[in-house]
Design a protein around this ligand. Structure first.
Ligand code: NDP
Length: 305
């Protein structure tokens, strides 16, 4: 039986936000530039609405200029592109985030590629993905969820991850692939698993660091976990919770949390883990983008990724 450390996303996110606020205040004091973020949401998807509200709230708490643009589900692609262009041209806005997923009639890639890379605080533009892949972290804006996940892994393991076996389950552009790129830069030996991977359970069991970014409630149980491994659960899944009352739902990760306690060396809870870090890293990217726009990269928030 291993004693499992619970990695608190709440505590780490608060620490990150403290650094971000201090960097923002210094930037304002020394350059007169206030970091500005614009969040664009299309349609009424309830989960997206929740995320966008909390992003706006956090940005205000950080003292940023914060704008939310709410567009109708049926908005045309041209109109959305025009909005992105106007935000690209707006000197008060340093970070642009278009909440995904977008309705089917809009080409997501086209929208992402229209955002100026230096304002792409989600880190999804091909230029930022390329900079991350070539290891240029000083120019890249790094996707928020993988960046936050890496910081949480380091909470458990310390800053040196060199030589550890990392298995990332999930290969999406927004989580799995950039997560693998970051872990590779940390000199981990990285394997990316996905829906076609054979013997996935045995593969997962080789991991010193296991990152789950699948979107399948409680898919991973103790038999997938090497004793003592660090488990980063990115999944956010809503499942029925009849114990809370009829029709109620609750959030669970991709990992069966209760089952892996006692086997994993450390784990991030859901909720209270990676999700909170994602927003904190978004605020960090916004100050980073503002500092770079002001020609003061030295004022970017400082913490070791
Ligand atoms: P995607 O649906 O884009 O990707 C899911 C990945 O999981 C795919 O690569 C898919 O493989 C793989 N997969 C699906 N089923 C299996 C299986 N049975 N075995 C192995 N691999 C499988 O999801 P995202 O990356 O966008 O998100 C993943 C999860 O993370 C979701 O729960 C999402 O809600 C959550 N999330 C959380 C965030 C946070 O802030 N904490 C932020 C973003 C996402 P294939 O490519 O072969 O289809």
């Amino acid at each position: 039986m291993t004693e499992t450390k619970i990695i608190s996303g709440k505590a780490k996110a608060e620490e990150v936000l403290g650094v971000v606020k201090a960097a923002s205040e210094k930037l304002i004091a020394e350059t007169g530039v206030t970091p500005g973020i614009a969040v664009v949401i299309v349609g009424e998807d309830p989960a997206s609405q929740v995320y966008v509200r909390s992003k706006g709230k956090r940005a205000e708490e950080c003292g940023f200029v914060s704008r939310t643009h709410r567009l109708d589900e049926n908005v045309g692609e041209a109109e959305l592109l025009a909005l992105v262009q106007s935000l690209n041209d707006d000197a008060d806005i340093h970070g642009i985030l278009v909440q995904l997923p977008l309705p089917k009639h809009i080409n997501e890639d086209k929208i992402i590629e229209t955002i100026l890379p230096e304002k792409d605080v989600d880190g999804f533009h091909p230029i930022n993905i390329g900079l991350l892949s070539t290891g240029n972290r000083t120019r890249a804006l790094i996707p928020c969820t993988p960046a936050g996940s890496l910081l949480l892994a380091k909470e458990a393991l310390g800053s040196n991850l060199s030589g550890l076996n990392a298995v990332v389950i999930g290969r999406s552009n927004i989580v799995g692939k950039p997560m693998a790129a970051l872990l590779l830069q940390e000199s981990c030996t990285v394997t990316i698993a996905h829906s076609r991977t054979k013997n996935i359970e045995a593969l997962a069991k080789t991991a010193d660091i296991l990152v789950a970014a699948v979107g399948r409630p409680k898919m991973i149980n103790a038999s997938w976990i090497k004793p003592g491994a660090t488990v980063i659960d990115v999944g956010i899944n809503r499942i029925p919770a009849p114990e809370k009352g009829e029709g109620k739902m609750r959030l669970v990760g991709d990992v069966d949390y209760d089952d892996v306690i006692g086997t994993a060396g450390a784990i991030t809870p859901v909720p209270g883990g990676v999700g909170l870090m994602t927003i904190a890293m978004l605020m960090s990217n916004t100050v980073t983008a503002a500092a770079r726009a002001a020609g003061r990269s030295d004022l970017e928030p400082e913490f070791k990724l």
